[in-house]
Design a protein around this ligand. Structure first.
Ligand code: ADP
Ligand code: MG
Length: 476
């Protein structure tokens, strides 16, 4: 295949990923943070993207990198490393090119984060190549993710206590420690905290932390370069191995097999293994039974969704770290409204603080509501059927009452069908519930409407765009 063709398809895939992100994060966030991303280089296992400023890089990396990675994974059906680098606009942005990143040491990548990068693999500094192998496989640790910075509450007290126990124990207390819970609830934070603590108390210990995706990436790379021996050696000589987000291993047999062997070898030698996932061992999809059962042998600690008290505590602690005064009313408002997870809560706080700093005014309830408009909407559990009916009626220039009426003229029947379709897409209401809201119609009528609209969407581009627009308007 010619290079340009490959590049094109990457670009197309990236456009699709962007499109999905756009619907997920809303128009405002998309325009500020995601649209400026440009595709720099990539091969089937590593993608590099550029943003114009360091601030943006940090922001995108902490708020969107996980999603970007997950969507890429969906897109190409294989794990992929994603890196976001800073490339100032004064430099010419190189055309996307396919780079062979296979032979590029990981260490170099870590260093490159600071500087603009051009997709050239030839200028590898000698020292970088000679860095210890540990640094090549271990992921980087976030210095803020410490035990001191972790706010403990009912939902996470077990996981916290278990993590501390593992970090402080002289002998392995339970193996493995399996942490699980929903996204953004502190799994990675706890793992990094364990690593920091052990490294501080025992600098001689070999501690490796990496995501399951990175583990797979390393493994696949070792297979390619036919260097699986040293891959195995690296992992099997560690004192503490932490693998984050192990759910990504599901369905990948060769990697799973390798992971299982590594895991067993370490546990047999009484080395500490710590695993995290978004589900309990028994609920992991695409994972072999023997592995599921083995993963549950040690201590399984789950992190529950946040409570109001925990959210308050976290906001207070973060505000203190940021050294800003946030009115109590605002803190309570946020703790009340942003219930999804801690990452979003933190993101919300950062956003209002950034805004206040930019415009040089203090944080108030009004600005908070304004700045967090989209986020609050998402946490509000989406739109209501009434809102949908109103917007759709406006859009097609019919009366809201026509949504409930028995009139079957095409001019009102089609808008009604569209509103039913959107109600199905944008709310969590069941078909009978939706039917009731449309003048007590039967659920089969709603089903028919959904089918009809889908059909029209696939044949009539203009109509499809209309629907797209409406649903975006309703969601923002
Ligand atoms: P997960 O790995 O479970 O998806 P993370 O560990 O990445 O979640 O946490 C998301 C963000 O929330 C991080 O910035 C982390 O520091 C913060 N966070 C999570 N739990 C806590 C907590 N209990 N106290 C303080 N910050 C927390
Ligand atoms: Mg995590």
């Amino acid at each position: 295949m010619a290079q340009s063709e490959v590049v094109l398809s990457f670009q197309e895939q990236w456009d699709r990923v962007l499109g999905k992100l756009r619907t997920e994060v809303g128009e405002a966030a998309y325009r500020s943070w995601l649209k400026p991303l440009s595709l720099l280089s990539g091969d089937e296992s590593f993608i590099r993207m550029a943003v114009p400023t360091r601030f943006m890089r940090d922001w995108v990396a902490s708020n969107y990198q996980d999603r970007i990675q997950a969507l890429w994974l969906e897109e190409i059906g294989a794990p992929i490393g994603v890196e976001i680098v800073v490339l100032s606009p004064s430099r010419p942005v190189p055309k996307p090119a396919i780079v062979d990143v296979k032979d590029e040491p990981e260490v170099l990548r870590a260093q490159e984060r600071e500087a603009p990068v051009l997709p050239v693999a030839s200028s590898v500094p000698v020292e970088a190549v000679q860095e210890s192998e540990v640094q090549q496989i271990t992921g980087s640790l976030d210095p803020r993710f410490t035990f001191e910075n972790f706010v403990v509450g009912k939902p996470n007290e077990l996981a916290y206590a278990a993590a501390q126990r593992v970090a402080d124990a002289e002998a392995v207390p339970f193996n493995p420690l399996f942490l699980y819970g929903g996204v953004g609830l502190g799994k990675t934070h706890l793992m990094h905290a364990i690593a920091h603590q052990i490294r501080k108390a025992h600098p001689e210990k070999k501690v490796i932390y990496l995501s399951a995706e990175k583990f797979m990436y390393q493994f696949v790379r070792a297979l390619r370069t036919k260097d699986t021996m040293s891959f195995k050696e690296q992992f099997r000589s560690v004192d503490v191995l932490m693998i984050d987000d192990v759910q990504f291993i599901g369905g990948r047999e060769a990697t799973q097999e390798e992971f299982f062997h590594t895991f067993n070898a370490l546990v047999d030698q009484n080395r500490q293994v710590i695993i995290s996932a978004d589900k309990s061992p028994s609920d992991l999809e695409g994972v072999e039974e023997r592995m599921k059962s083995r993963l549950g042998w040690g201590l399984v600690a789950d992190i529950h969704p946040t409570t109001y008290e925990l959210r308050l505590g976290i906001l207070e602690s973060k505000a203190e770290q940021l050294d800003v005064k946030i009115p109590q009313k605002v803190v309570e408002f946020l703790a009340h409204k942003i219930t999804s997870n801690i990452r979003e809560l933190e993101g919300a706080l950062n956003r209002i603080v950034a805004h206040a700093t930019l415009v040089g005014r203090s944080v108030t309830l009004e600005t908070t509501q304004e700045v967090l408009h989209d986020l609050l909407r998402a946490n509000d559990r989406r739109v209501t059927i009434e809102e949908i009916q109103k917007k759709v009626a406006e859009h097609f220039n019919v009366r809201v009452s026509d949504m409930h009426s028995a009139r079957r003229a095409r001019a009102v029947a089609r808008p009604r069908q569209v509103a039913m379709y959107l109600s199905k897409q944008l709310t969590s209401r069941s078909l009978p519930e939706i039917g009731r809201k449309f003048g007590g119609r039967d659920h089969t009528t709603v089903m028919h409407a959904v089918k009809k609209v889908e059909e029209l969407k696939s044949t009539d581009l203009e109509f499809a765009e209309d629907i797209e627009l409406l649903s975006r308007m309703l969601e923002s």
